[in-house]
Design a protein around this ligand. Sequence first.
Ligand code: PRP
Ligand code: URA
Length: 209
Amino acid sequence: MNNTFIMEHPLVKHKITLLRDENTGTKDFRTLVSEIGSLMCYEALRDLPTELVKVKSPVAESMQPMLAGKKLAVIPILRAGLGMVDGILALCPSAKVGHIGLYRDEVTHEPHEYFSKLPDQIDRRIVIVPDPMLATGGSAVDAVNLLKAKGCKDIKFMCIIAAPEGLKRLQEAHPDIQIYVGCLDERLNENAYIVPGLGDAGDRIFGTK
Ligand code: PRP
Ligand code: URA
């Protein structure tokens, strides 16, 4: 689909390989997730509009581009999406931040919402939704449902690793959003974990389990 962008940059590929390694510890894992968040944000914001403004350098006055248009909001899906937020804010420090708390039931793999707090005027913002893992797609679909119910129209979902099943489900449920994927993996296993994936992103970021 032409609203889905799979990252081709060698830096992103290299860092995702390091993330997959079971010997990568919590500190490095966290750093890598944040760095990939920055690199993917750079790609995802390519289409931000600019307008010409007057600027006077020490040499001459000229008209030069500055960002224009809608303000940004970053709405990570808790917990693991939090790991990408600092990296995104490093590029757009004025963005507002909200949170959507979802956890997957270990047996049914269905997402359950336990928290949401969104910035004011969320419907007028470009909304970036980071979550490292798009597995069955249930969490991403629910998060976007919630944002659309609040009036959001301009949504960019961003994941580090996606399973084909989850990507298809998100594309079909929300054909109008933009989807940024660090790497598209092979499949889901019987526990709805991504293969080869990187394991449980939340546990690896926060050192739980
Ligand atoms: C993980 C991940 C996604 C979700 C993906 O979160 O961060 O939110 O699973 O799976 P899905 O596409 O099948 O819905 P999890 O529910 O494990 O919660 P956590 O981030 O708190 O660990
Ligand atoms: N959530 C994760 O953290 N990892 C997976 O592989 C699937 C869901």
